[in-house]
Design a protein around this ligand. Sequence first.
Ligand SMILES: O=C(O)CCC(=O)C(=O)O
Length: 311
Amino acid sequence: MEPLAVLAQSLAPALEEVSSDQLDQSIISGHPFVVRGCSIVRAAQERLSPEALKQLLRTTPISIEHKHRWESRRTTLSAKEYLDNLDRTDFYWRQADLRSLGISDLKLPSPANFRPDTMFFDSLWVGPNGTVQTFHQDNHDAVVVNRNLFCQVHGSKYVAIASPADSEYFRAYPLKNGTDRHSSVSPFDPATALSCPSFAHSILHSGDLLYVPPRYWHYLQSLSISVSVSRWWFSSRLVELLYASAMGGEMAEPTFLGELVWDNDVRELGGVEVLDQYIERLSGVQKYAIYARLVRLYGEGIFKHGRQGKS
Ligand SMILES: O=C(O)CCC(=O)C(=O)O
């Protein structure tokens, strides 16, 4: 069992501890890592404190789930009521789209040399001590695969992580939507931790940054009241669009910069066959929604590839 590799450790609060180029090199290496005390994450602390969120959202209703991933209890409360009781609630405010909450201008760590108009899907995770997100792989799908820069903004979280090459240790079961995979294996079970070759773990403290590479198994458990932000990004513009469409109203639509050129974007995705393969598996309603968006953004010309109809 290995501790997660630490990429950089800042000694002074103002130190710019890791350059974007260094971040890129580490991301390209394909391994998970932690940056300790990241100044950009620390700079987000004021705006993302439970108190600041309460001021911003007040009586806005928020959808919360039981703090244990395996208990499927959900309810809705006003942001104020939830945040006022963070020290005694059993509920977790999971994966709330930051832009939909009206927070779109927050500076967060970014890789430098990826597509200049990469769209980040930033989600807020706010909860009490003891929230558990069991081992899972995000977006286990042939086309839509995300990377994740996970920012621990307030409080601390235990994280365990393992390579998709070691999936045999996780006895995964697919969820209904088929887009991600979960496992009931515990990171505290010595059989997992000691036998899975790529198993690594760490405790993230406020200000730390974790990189979760594509398809890596990850488990997170809060050790205090905690606020985190996950920064997901995808490999191409069309994948951003497919992901946002699949999430429907829960996620803001990508705002593309620059000109949308169908042929370029299809090439970036890996070809029109990849798009067709993805769309084929959707329901009639989802297919219609995707085609409607594609036509709105790119025009009717997208059908010149001989694709049959819109449903
Ligand atoms: O922090 C958590 O509870 C889960 C985060 C997570 O699974 C993710 O960012 O993909």
